[in-house]
Design a binder for this molecule. Structure first.
Ligand SMILES: Cc1cc2nc3c(=O)[nH]c(=O)nc-3n(C[C@H](O)[C@H](O)[C@H](O)COP(=O)(O)OP(=O)(O)OC[C@H]3O[C@@H](n4cnc5c(N)ncnc54)[C@H](O)[C@@H]3O)c2cc1C
Length: 325
């Protein structure tokens, strides 16, 4: 998908106002949590500089429709974008896209972040809203054309193109995203097989009864669901995927394979700052990281939660919109 299809990417230099001094807040990660933080700062009366920097080539957009309406062509890119160029300008929020921060350093008074492009972003306060990345498993054959992961808008655009015309689709991973893609493909009349390693679907997030409900619902609609199955390798011919071979030798034919096996928190920058990291950036109830200075929020943060006292040492890293806003 071309970045031009996403409206609202402001002129970066104008939006940033050309401030060379560390005067305000730098938010690294321009998506759900980052936009919410910038919005909240303005709503709470912060009049200092707020700059949102993100590596993707798009203005911040919502991810949930990527595996739903957007994939099915029922929602366009304009429906995904959170805010218009004008909104960022009106709020005085600088937005820099296509800038991957590769280096960050700070002390009590502030610091600076350096992008791959060499551009420097000085700051007084820093927030990490770097999210998560699709977990990649180096299956033999993962490099074949037609093998996809789904985290960003560009990947969704590629997957949508691959699905068009595909008769057989294999989904590795019976979690939320895999099942949503499976349901969409099945509704379009494709032969869909879901391959799940665990004995039940969405096992990390829902009860056994709910897993059973989803299993029945998918099977009733004609999706084949294979539980407790390990992937041996992905098969292909002339660089194109032809199927998934399970550890027991069964071959599931597929022209498209979506691998949806979870997400891993983006903690590279937290590591550079020496912050505590354990399944995400460890934060306290105010979302402050272990240095007591840097804020971390959204999918990248591991936070205390009174409802999970009995496991995970009372902490949880949630991947949901509700948690990011
Ligand atoms: C296909 C899909 C469907 C989903 N469906 C639902 C749903 O139905 N309901 C729900 O509640 N949740 C859903 N989610 C999860 C939800 O989208 C996330 O919880 C939410 O996007 C988290 O927001 P975030 O800002 O923390 O992280 P992200 O959305 O991951 O944003 C982080 C941003 O930081 C950027 N970044 C990272 N490192 C750097 C760096 N070094 N320099 C610059 N930029 C950087 C990333 O590129 C990214 O743009 C879905 C997710 C996906 C992928």
């Amino acid at each position: 998908m071309a970045s031009e299809t996403f409206p609202g990417v402001p002129d970066e230099d104008a939006a940033l106002g050309g401030h060379p001094e560390p005067r305000g807040t730098l938010i690294i990660g321009a998506c759900q949590a980052g936009v919410q933080l910038a919005t909240s700062l303005r709503e709470l009366g912060d009049t200092e500089q707020v700059v949102l920097v993100g590596e993707e080539p798009h203005a911040p957009y919502q991810r949930p429709p990527l595996s739903k309406e957007y994939l099915k062509g029922e929602a366009g890119a304009d429906m995904l974008t959170f805010r218009t160029h004008q909104w960022y300008a009106d709020k005085g929020i600088g937005l820099a896209v296509r800038e991957r921060i590769v280096q960050v350093a700070r002390d009590d008074g502030g610091g600076e972040a350096v992008a791959e492009s060499g551009r420097v972003f000085p700051f007084k306060r820093l927030a990490l809203t770097t999210g998560a990345a699709a977990r990649k498993i180096p299956f033999e054959g993962s490099e074949f054309e037609g093998v996809s992961y789904l985290r960003g808008a560009d990947e969704a655009g590629i997957l949508a193109g691959q699905l068009r015309g595909a008769r057989h689709v294999a989904v590795v991973g019976g979690g939320f995203i895999g099942l949503e893609v499976a349901a969409g493909a099945r509704a379009e009349g494709r032969n869909v097989t879901v391959i799940e390693a665990a004995p039940r679907l969405i096992g990390r997030a829902v009860s056994e009864a709910t897993s059973g409900f989803y299993l029945d619902a998918h099977r009733r609609r004609g999706t084949e669901v294979i539980l407790g199955a390990a992937v041996g390798r992905i098969t292909g011919r002339h660089d194109r995927v032809t199927g998934v071979e399970l550890a027991d030798g069964t071959v599931v034919p597929a022209e498209v394979v979506l691998v949806g096996v979870g997400a891993v928190p983006r903690t590279e920058l937290a590591g550079q700052l020496g912050l505590a990291v354990e399944n995400g950036i460890v934060v306290d109830s105010r979302t402050l990281a272990s240095d007591g200075l840097t804020v971390a929020a959204g999918d990248c943060a591991n936070m205390p939660n009174p409802f999970v006292r009995d496991y995970g040492a009372g902490r949880i890293r949630l991947e949901s919109v509700q948690n990011a806003v």
